[in-house]
Design a protein. Structure first.
Length: 267
């Protein structure tokens, strides 16, 4: 029955690539996103056919994919061109932790790996539960500002906010986390961030480095607790801003490490 599932897959974002590699199904991948860094070897092994908002349609068609995986409204234009060219396209739109689990299961099932996928996801879920248990012991939960873009200031997306909660921190902009569009997560005034007084600031910017030392010198930020105590950190975007395995494992683990060190000092 092997031939009934897709044999030539193009992944327009990183999380599906990482997941297929984890399941030992990388032979099916014929093209990847240029942003892919997990696993490292994918970059050397697979043709890069897309950025996030753009793709080389001719190059993708030349690879004769029998399935293309994309993500969200942001890739609707690419998807549309491929659909018009007769290609099967599946565009996922996972925004929450539960939705990430659901999409990873669907991808596993599509490549005939439903059982393996389920077993891996159960282990990931158990790890998250273990972190929740450890964080339940915190005497104090840090208030956290997670910056997804610096100019303008943009607060983070829903799955990051949820993973932050699991890791023992409280998002200072929970109302923005529910907004799927980046433009709706923009914080008009830096003063609002200052007033919400985060204990910890984490930055993760797609396509550029987050520099803690630059945050510390923002005008008016010197009295923010996180700035005063030097609690400003970067988590690489590949580890937390992809709605896939990385965020559910490495991303949340890094947040827990940062929060538990803070908690040990402040409990």
């Amino acid at each position: 029955m092997h031939h009934l599932s897709p044999q030539r897959i193009v992944c327009l974002t990183e999380e599906t690539t990482e997941w297929l590699y984890l399941m030992g199904q990388e032979a099916r991948i014929v093209g990847i996103s240029g942003y892919t860094v997990r696993p490292r070897r994918a970059r050397e092994e697979k043709p890069k056919v897309s950025a996030f908002l753009t793709a080389k349609i001719d190059k993708i068609l030349a690879l004769k994919p029998d399935c293309v995986f994309g993500f969200s409204d942001l890739q609707a234009d690419i998807a549309s061109l491929l659909i018009k060219a007769g290609v099967q396209v599946t565009v996922f739109n996972q925004r929450s932790v539960d939705e990430i689990f659901s999409v990873l299961y669907q991808v596993a099932a599509m490549v005939g790996q439903g059982e393996q996928g389920m077993a891996r996801l159960s282990r990931m879920r158990a790890e998250l539960d273990a972190i929740t248990q450890k964080a339940a012991g915190f005497k104090r939960r840090p208030r956290v500002y997670f910056e997804e873009w610096d100019d303008p200031h943009m607060s983070t997306i829903r799955w990051v906010s949820e993973l932050m909660g699991i890791a023992g921190g409280d998002d200072i902009f929970p109302e923005l986390a529910l907004q799927p569009m980046g433009r709706d997560r923009i914080i008009a005034s830096g003063q609002t961030i200052i007033e919400r007084a985060p204990d910890i600031i984490i930055g993760s910017l797609c396509g550029k480095k987050f520099r803690p030392e630059k945050v510390a010198v923002r005008p008016g930020w010197q009295d923010v607790p996180a700035v005063r105590t030097g609690q400003i950190f970067e988590i690489k975007s590949a580890d937390i801003l992809q709605p896939g395995p990385a965020a559910l494992t490495d991303g949340v683990a890094q947040m827990y490490r940062i929060f538990s060190q803070w908690e040990a000092l402040h409990a």
